[in-house]
Design a protein around this ligand. Structure first.
Ligand SMILES: Cc1cc2nc3c(=O)[nH]c(=O)nc-3n(C[C@H](O)[C@H](O)[C@H](O)COP(=O)(O)OP(=O)(O)OC[C@H]3O[C@@H](n4cnc5c(N)ncnc54)[C@H](O)[C@@H]3O)c2cc1C
Length: 357
């Protein structure tokens, strides 16, 4: 008999889990408080797919594996096709930039040191590229809300049902087992409940006695009105990360995680946009269209929390930052663990119990 699985949250993590669970033969019900693709982190993400600097070797391996999975997904749905446009970075002092390049190369990441002239060739519209940068051809970006909807459409084509505008009020617990959910549309039972509720994961778990140390810092991004192509790939400069979307908008943050909005988010956005205009040749033609504020679900130690919390059965948790990079692998590995009790060794460092009291 098919296992019945409830997924709470239809951001990119819930959507990927729903697709992979349905593909592996489960009966899947997705509950989303807002609309498909969510409204908290996923649609407000910079959506850089990478295994870049600042990540320890285990985490680089997980990210590289997920990047490989992204490549497999392009035939599943058109919105799951990543734009492998490459990334150019110089957001580190030169010595550290060189170290990053060497270290990551040894871990199988295609970093390449590039000169100013090479950078000018890669991105002719940059006003002042520095002497040295690192280029990674295998980095990419995706339109994150479309990708989440792509996963959901693929899950629905395999029989999953999506309940939008339906709040999950609490997890139903009988003894030490989670047996379903109570929602604004009534009670639903399942063999297992997957909480992929991003920043709200903390609340749902605390209602059943599990306190998970997850934060949700805000990140502000500015979006220009669409313009003709002026960037070929992602650019990560000190205090300004920028890419151009499929629709032609330039999206920028003070880094990929977005700027801290501060007391006056509109002023922060205006300052950031001024920096973007100064960054590019003919930047003065750019007009700001809007800015977004997203809340990044961020476990206390910065690494993903994926798995079954100890002491309760019928409950699986997936909460993480870098969810755009990692969505395919969280879906694939999560489905194998939920349905067949097979935990991939790459998930070993990321059990949620380390963050639960
Ligand atoms: C500004 C910014 C920049 C980022 N940049 C990058 C980047 O460059 N690369 C990268 O890999 N990652 C990046 N991230 C992180 C990435 O976007 C997130 O890790 C990812 O989107 C998290 O997805 P999620 O599905 O877990 O959460 P969400 O997208 O927040 O989805 C959770 C969903 O659960 C729903 N929900 C919550 N509670 C309930 C409930 N009780 N009942 C029903 N539904 C509920 C919410 O409505 C929401 O839609 C960035 C994030 C931000 C905000």
């Amino acid at each position: 008999m098919k296992k019945k699985i409830i997924v709470v949250g239809a951001g990119i993590i819930g959507a990927s889990l729903a697709y992979h669970l349905a593909k592996a033969g489960a009966e899947v019900l997705v509950f989303e408080a807002g609309a498909a693709a969510g409204g908290v982190a996923t649609p407000n993400s910079f959506a850089w797919i990478n295994a870049s600097w600042g990540n320890p070797p285990d985490y680089v391996k997980l990210r590289l594996r997920s990047m490989a999975e992204w490549r497999e997904l392009k035939t599943v749905h058109p919105d799951l096709a990543v734009n492998w446009c490459g990334g150019l970075s110089w957001d580190l002092p030169e010595v550290e930039l060189r170290e990053f390049s060497v270290q990551h190369q040894s871990m199988g990441y295609g970093t390449k040191l590039v000169t100013q002239a090479e950078m000018q060739k890669l991105e002719p519209n940059l006003k002042i590229p520095p002497e040295v940068g690192v280029y990674v051809a295998e980095e990419g970006a995706i339109e994150p809300d479309a990708a989440a909807r792509g996963f959901l459409a693929a899950a629905q084509a395999l029989g999953a049902t999506l309940h939008e505008k339906t709040d999950v009020l609490k997890l139903l617990r009988v003894g030490d087992k989670i047996v379903g959910i109570e929602s604004s549309a009534g009670t639903f039972k399942a063999d297992e409940v997957v909480v992929a509720a991003g920043a709200q994961t903390k609340k749902l778990l605390s209602d059943c006695g599990k306190h998970i140390d997850v934060d949700a810092p805000a990140g502000l991004l500015v979006h220009s009105k669409p313009v003709a192509k002026c960037l070929n790939g992602l650019v990560m400069a000190p205090r300004l990360h920028v890419r151009q979307t499929a629709a032609g908008r330039l999206v920028a943050g003070s880094d990929f995680g977005g700027a801290q909005p501060g007391a006056d988010p509109a002023q922060t956005a205006a300052d950031l946009f001024a920096a973007l205009r100064a960054f590019l040749h003919e930047g003065e033609i750019l007009e700001m269209d809007f800015f977004t504020l997203g809340y990044r679900p961020t476990p206390a130690d910065g690494f993903p929390a994926i798995g079954r919390p100890q002491g309760l059965t019928g409950l699986y948790v997936a909460v993480l930052h870098s969810g755009i990079t990692l969505a395919p692998i969280v879906g694939l590995f999560g489905a194998a663990e939920i349905l067949h009790d097979q935990r991939d060794p790459l998930l070993t460092p990321y059990h949620p119990d380390r963050l639960i009291s």
